[in-house]
Write a protein that binds this ligand. Structure first.
Ligand code: NAD
Ligand code: A1AUG
Length: 483
């Protein structure tokens, strides 16, 4: 079934510039009341929503994710309801923990010092990607939890599940106007929010070019704003699996197949480049090809599939462009897959390519599809190969090292320090869990604000320090100045 119906349908719901401006006003009006709502009351709404998603709404939200975003039942289960429940519960926990800190008051009969968390002075624009339902919910509702008015622009190809979240939050008790659901053409939305003097923050997850575009627009409008807008961007990756000659081959094969091909490689964390020592290259290739040939690709309503079609025609064109390019380049060899068919659904077979050029675009650009490229290095060139990981791309999202040699793991841990915001030792590069592996990357992969970690909630508050004095202010002179 074609999965770009979401994108085509979304255009019917596109908000005009005027509607987006009205939503900005609505969120500003609602926020003034919302920011005064006691924290306990806000927290109660988030807890209600988590309970609703754990109960009656769980299957509906998962099903919407399967149908709208072409996720297999397993991938929908680990994303949608389950992950959003975790985001909500952990964010509430982190908020409570952070709120426990109050500054020192030396003598309470003289002065009392305190700190309060205010929403930002303006509105927050949450702009979400298609590939994770829970990410959309987290982007929009974490700023709201912290007292902000939010405009949520969902992805055209995740409308159904995102709309469900919006309604669950209303059912849980969130008053109208706090989060405004605004499907819109990307650039129209981007231009309108960045032109508003009330823009206080952008909570973005998506590709590097879109985030760069937004950052530039904010820069151009800087003199208009009443605040410096906070910019959070979690962007793309060129995630790696680096294999040492001491690695456990079975773990490499299993971890790589899952990381590269689950959800058609459309996870920001998916492994798309692999460095393999010559001494292990044959068994690893054999293992990968054998497992690849067993993967069942098809309609997500069939619970036996491993993965479905890619998200839409644009993705299909981009991904198959890389495959066609690889077929025409003598430096690259397709080891498995390489077929695609867009006649009924946008199906791309999981593809494994070997390259002799570690700087080929297959090894350096984000493809965001089921394409894994392998570079085989000579065992004696281990250090050089390790150096390629950080020097060949500007991304630094996720990465994994497979080795049983403890000394090597320790040196790779230091050598690869800045090459990944989420780093795995003997595990695949995907599958971070809220509260266990806070998620985000550095370099061009984003601002690394770590969704699912303790500091994330704090990005959406502008704290105020308060000093109250209970004794009259009498002396201008300091004691040492007196006779
Ligand atoms: N680092 C992370 O945590 C993370 C998580 C998920 C996805 N991603 C990345 O997201 C990308 C895939 O998602 P996508 O295809 O939805 O990304 P995208 O950049 O195409 O779109 C993201 C959102 O931005 C909107 N948009 C597009 N142009 C815009 C503009 N000019 N102004 C305002 N909004 C605009 C889109 O409509 C969508 O809602 C990949 O690069 C992936 O790596 C990163
Ligand atoms: N939490 C997911 C990343 C989401 C990106 O698209 C993972 O770690 O695989």
């Amino acid at each position: 079934m074609p999965h770009d119906h979401g994108r085509k349908l979304a255009k019917f719901y596109y908000a005009s510039e005027k509607t987006i401006q009205k939503a900005i006003q609505a969120s500003a009006d609602a926020q003034r009341r919302w920011d005064k709502t006691p924290l306990e009351e806000r927290i109660r709404i988030w807890q209600n929503a988590a309970d609703l998603m754990a109960g009656a709404h769980r299957q509906r939200l998962n099903a919407a994710t399967m149908l709208g975003q072409s996720k297999s039942v397993v991938q929908a289960e680990i994303d949608s309801a389950a992950e959003l429940i975790d985001f909500f519960r952990f964010n509430v926990f982190f908020l409570k923990e952070n709120a426990k800190y109050q500054p020192i008051s030396e003598n309470l009969s003289v002065t009392r010092n305190s700190l309060r968390f205010r929403g930002l002075d303006g509105f927050v624009a949450a702009i979400s990607p298609f590939n994770f339902t829970a990410i959309g919910g987290n982007l929009a509702y974490t700023p709201a939890l912290m007292g902000n008015g939010v405009l949520w622009k969902p992805s055209d190809t995740a409308l159904l599940s995102n709309w469900r979240i919006f309604n669950i939050m209303r059912e849980a008790g969130l008053p109208p106007g706090i989060v405004n659901f605004v499907p819109a053409d990307g650039p129209t939305f981007g231009k309108t929010i960045t032109a508003s003097s009330r823009l206080a923050g952008i909570n973005f997850t998506g590709s590097v070019p879109t985030f760069n575009w937004l950052w530039n627009e904010v820069g151009k409008n800087l003199n208009k704003y009443q605040n410096y807008p906070r910019l959070i961007g979690e962007c793309g990756g060129k995630n790696y699996h680096f294999i040492h000659p001491s690695a456990d081959i079975q773990s490499v094969v299993t971890g790589t197949i899952r990381s590269a091909f689950e959800y058609c490689g459309q996870k920001c964390s998916a492994c798309s480049r692999m460095y393999v020592p010559r001494s292990l290259s044959e068994p690893i290739k054999q293992g990968l090809l054998e497992e690849r040939s067993k993967l069942k690709i098809g309609d997500p309503t069939d619970f036996k599939i491993f993965t479905g079609a890619v998200i839409d025609d644009k993705a299909f064109a981009r991904i198959t462009g890389y495959i066609k390019n690889a077929k025409n380049n003598p430096k690259n060899k397709i080891l498995g897959g390489g077929e695609f068919d867009g006649s009924k659904g946008y199906f791309v077979q999981p593809t494994i390519i070997e390259t002799v050029d570690p700087f080929d675009k297959l090894m350096t650009e984000e493809i965001f599809g089921p394409v894994l490229t392998m570079y085989v290095y000579e065992d004696r060139d281990l250090d050089q190969a390790l150096g390629l990981v950080g020097s060949s791309t500007k991304f630094a999202l996720t990465g994994a090292v497979f080795a049983t040699d403890q000394k090597f793991l320790e040196s790779a841990f230091e050598e690869l320090k800045m090459t990944a915001g989420n780093f795995y030792l003997n595990d695949k590069s995907t599958g971070s869990v809220v509260g266990q592996q806070p998620f985000g990357g550095g370099r061009m992969s984003g601002t690394n604000d770590k969704a699912g970690g303790p500091n994330y909630v704090m990005r959406w508050t502008t704290p105020q320090s308060i000093k109250e004095t209970f004794v009259p202010l009498k002396d201008i002179d300091y004691p040492y100045m007196r006779d």
